[in-house]
Design a protein around this ligand. Structure first.
Ligand code: SF4
Ligand code: SF4
Length: 169
């Protein structure tokens, strides 16, 4: 069920991989162009999707996504959805523009609350999601899984890379 963001207290990703198994991924036109030669794309009613193999996404490896920078935007945004219309509780204003944000509580790490007081953690994650769809950022800090962050942290420590460390939470 998709719930308005104001009803969400917190969320994090621990790379369980369940959302990749649950959903079929619809691609944007430019994503289709980049992935069409993989052999794992299908068209239905003029829309392009990643073709599932059984119940699995062919790009999933040990629960993680193997696409790297080619990972579709809808996957990067998950469990957030950004719409142009919605209810008041989903309204999110960003730099004078109105967006309607819903969060899919199929993900077990979406924790709900009763009141409508904005969660600072969720607000930051939504801002990052909006920046992503506006094309203002490619790299993600908050919408990545914690397992992936942990791996980056280990690599950064081994490499002694101060550049990479600056991007870590
Ligand atoms: S977003 Fe949620 S369901 Fe998807 S991999 Fe992360 S923890 Fe699992
Ligand atoms: S493309 Fe990557 S993130 Fe999206 S469903 Fe497949 S494995 Fe998951």
């Amino acid at each position: 069920m998709h719930v308005p963001w104001r009803l969400v207290a917190s969320w994090h990703c621990d790379a369980c991989g369940d959302c990749c198994k649950e959903y079929r991924v619809r691609l944007r036109a430019y994503e289709y162009l980049k992935l069409r030669n993989t052999g794992f794309i299908e068209e239905k009613a003029g829309r392009f999707y990643i073709k599932k193999i059984g119940k699995l996404c062919p790009f999933q490896r040990r629960n993680l996504c193997s696409l790297g920078s080619l990972k579709p935007v809808v996957c990067k945004l998950y469990p957030f959805s950004i719409l142009k219309k919605g209810e008041d509780r989903a309204l999110f204003e960003f730099e004078g523009e109105e967006f309607f944000i819903y969060v899919d509580n199929f993900c077990k790490n979406v924790k709900l609350k009763e009141d409508l007081k904005p969660s600072a953690e969720i607000v930051k994650e939504i801002e990052e999601a909006i920046e992503l769809i506006l094309g203002r950022r490619v790299e993600l800090d908050l919408l990545t899984c914690r397992v992936f962050d942990h791996q980056r942290r280990i690599r950064a420590c081994k490499a002694g890379s101060m550049t990479e460390r600056r991007h870590l939470r």
